[in-house]
Design a protein around this ligand. Structure first.
Ligand code: NAD
Length: 368
């Protein structure tokens, strides 16, 4: 029986529509190869939605997402909308409300440096002869970004400002389960990152991580303080498999990982909400780790791989099409091994085939 999935497609601004077009061609190819179909509902978001109707996240877009099994997102923002009031700007007015509306509490960001792209990483190449492949799992809806009280007031004749880093046991448990499950599907090693030598919320985090580990006896759990984790990531990134941490630490470490990976154009991400009833699949939103890259938009030179790998994550975590996901990841790796390079990952070496957005997707499609 043929399988049908519903997805919302939100291309957004800048390079978003360009790379989205290519990723949907790749999705078409795996659909016919693996015998399933997707019903796609395209909707406006970000600056494109502001230009159309004055709001970065129209109700029709939310409805399209609600009716879907998962959201494929491009990127939003650009200079044209930079001077709008903060809450009506594309990122703040669309991305954050989408995360909130769908309770997307787990952010998964792979930091992958393929062996043939180590030259693009700022890490000394002798430290990463075979590249690396780390998955960062960041808690996305709790911690100091959302804790209360937060504010600013006068105390003893001086202005003070304060935030609250707070976590509930249940919030820590559910993100740890996501991370352990991800580790089970990979190298079965998990590093939990905290600051338990200083922060009360981290002491609870570490306790809960140790308890949840009992449900996953095959996974080797290690605890690292965040300052040490930041150092080890740039000294020995190839020793990590999965890393899990709270919101603020994850914000910083996942960007460090993007940096050491070499190019934003290669990195997808997933933001997962709750599991669908009676299944191991999550509702989620999938998007490149980078932004709308206005500096190269409209030129046909953006790297489509982050968007294409976002499709792979959508297939794996929300649609239950793991074979198709793996086929896409293998096809991307082969295109890179065959020497295809967009500008962001090119070195100018004679062996490289310098290509634009569409040609890179063609090279990937040829491997499917
Ligand atoms: P950016 O990620 O858009 O670009 C940073 C650099 O990386 C640029 O030089 C860009 O050309 C390059 N780059 C990014 N993706 C690439 C790709 N696929 N191929 C080749 N090169 C790529 O970050 P920025 O310049 O700080 O932000 C630009 C706009 O994007 C801003 O309006 C920002 O608010 C928005 N933004 C959106 C998101 C999102 O939609 N999730 C995330 C970050 C930034």
């Amino acid at each position: 029986m043929s399988r049908t999935h519903r997805i919302a497609v939100l291309a957004g601004d800048g390079i978003g529509p360009e790379v989205m077009t290519e990723s949907l061609r790749v999705l078409d190819a795996v659909e016919s190869k693996f015998g399933f179909t997707t019903e796609r509902s395209e909707a406006l978001v970000g600056g494109a939605a502001i230009d159309d109707g004055g709001h970065p996240l129209p109700d029709a877009t939310i409805s399209a997402c609600e009716a879907s099994d998962g959201i494929l997102f491009g990127s939003v923002g650009g200079p044209k909308w930079e001077n709008l009031p903060p809450d009506t700007q594309p990122e703040r007015g669309a991305l954050l409300p989408l995360r909130k509306h769908f309770g997307l509490f787990a952010n998964l960001r792979p930091g992958v440096c393929l062996p043939s792209l180590t030259h693009a990483s700022p890490v000394k190449n002798e430290l990463i002869p075979n590249g690396f492949d780390v998955l960062c799992v960041r808690e996305l809806t709790g911690g100091v970004y959302f804790g209360s009280p937060k504010g600013r007031e006068e105390r003893d004749g001086e202005t003070v400002a304060f935030d609250t880093m707070i976590y509930k046991r249940s919030e820590i448990e559910r993100i740890l389960h996501v991370a352990f499950t991800a580790a089970m599907g990979r190298g079965k090693r998990l590093v939990s990152v905290d600051k338990a030598n200083v922060l009360a919320s981290s002491v609870l985090w570490r306790e809960v991580a140790t308890e949840v580990a009992k449900d996953y006896p095959e996974v080797e759990l290690e605890h690292l303080y965040v300052d040490n984790a930041a150092m080890q990531l740039c000294r020995r990134p190839d020793s990590f498999d999965v890393l899990v941490t709270e919101n603020l630490f994850g914000d910083i470490l996942s960007d460090e990982m993007a940096m050491i990976s070499g190019s934003l154009g290669m990195l997808p991400s997933a933001s997962l909400g709750s599991k669908k009833e009676g299944s191991d699949l999550y509702f989620g939103m999938y998007e490149p780790s980078g932004g709308s890259a206005p500096d190269i938009a409209g030129q046909g030179i953006a790297n489509p791989i982050a968007q294409i790998l976002s499709v792979a994550m959508l297939l794996r975590f929300s649609l239950g099409e793991a074979d198709a996901a793996q086929a896409i990841e293998d096809a991307v790796a082969k295109a890179i091994d065959d020497g295809y390079r967009t500008g962001d990952i090119a070195t100018g070496a004679a062996s490289e085939k310098k290509v634009g957005t569409k040609e890179m997707a063609d090279a990937i499609l040829a491997n499917l």
